[in-house]
Write a protein that binds this ligand. Sequence first.
Ligand SMILES: [Zn+2]
Length: 424
Amino acid sequence: MKNRVSLIVVLLLQAILVNAQFDEWFYNKTLRMDYQHSGTAKTEVFSFQEWIEEPFWGGSQVNLIDTFGYGQYQLQVLDKSTNKLLYSRGFSTLFSEWQTTAEAGKINRSFPEAVVMPYPKKDAVVIILSRNKKGVFEESFKQEFSPSDYFIRKELKRKATAFDIEVHGDASNKVDIVIIPEGYTSEQMDLFKSDCSRFAEEFFKFSPYKEYRESFNLRGVLVPSEESGTDIPKEGIWRNTAVNSRFYTFDLDRYVMTHDFQSVRDAAANAPYDQIYILVNTERYGGGAIYNFYSMSVNSNPYAGKIFIHELGHGFAGLADEYYTSAVAYNDFYQMDVEPWEPNITTLVDFDAKWKHLLPQGQAIPTIPTKENQDQMGVFEGGGYSAKGVYRPRQDCLMHTFKGSTFCGACDEAIVKMIMFYSK
Ligand SMILES: [Zn+2]
């Protein structure tokens, strides 16, 4: 009994200490930095636009420093007077995907982007690191922030009502997903609400999410669009919608995304969030997602549930696509002499850092796909849009096809680790 009491005291003290650390450096609200990210296949420029104060901080107040090392970029917040690292987070962007398309070899293009961080109490330095060709982070942008700057925008650009879909506790120790309606008119807000409930039920049917249901909060934001649906440029269909999404991103029919990330953040700012999910009101097959950027999928296609789960795998857990036969717009998305940062594919440059500990004893590397090892963990060639040189952990997985309904062991482990990180 005495031991249990002292354990509780220790845990309480730890919690107070950790919160004291957060409280020493940050207010419990969000600082957002809007910028333009532009360049070509080989160059990039970050151009500062503005600081915005937003009312909620949905992130952990304990795990402030990134421990995963995922993403094409890393955001860092440093205390200006001591250079102490206060906050960091990995992320990827639509711009970095675009850099691997043929168009990026010909023109210079600009993408509006925004990063968020807990709101610093003191003068800070905000840094963005980009991966170089070797996969190593290098500083590519630096901007000083002062809380006394009176140009920090304090109004929300898109004020809207948020509602609870399923809430299990305080935003600081849950994975908070905010769902944004895209292509739902004001008359269709009830449809959006019922779609949210339907997707929540669907979401928690899949492992490992169903085992961690209590670690999630799901909220929706009532942001109506002027018109229903979304853009389908190749068919001449254009719709005036909340976050300006479209099919045919990078001229790929099923790739529905938006270049207008700042509008996405504008809508999301009405609720505390760790992850943004955009639900598009269309029957057409499609989706897309980028790590710690946003995930997007359609509401009424027969595969909608599995697309939702697949896309959140990218957006939330940094998972790579394990498929390699579908047409994509990318050239050399992965370099064969660099170990990709995603946890569920490998080029064998540094396989020890991946799912080696999940292989059955004596499993051959690489593993020849047979009927016998159909459901076993292995190292199967083909993955990450490449039939050669990139390997995946299991013959099939929700990050590969929608034939089955389970994630492979590597994906499952990566998702669970991420849930633990955000729910502390
Ligand atoms: Zn997998």
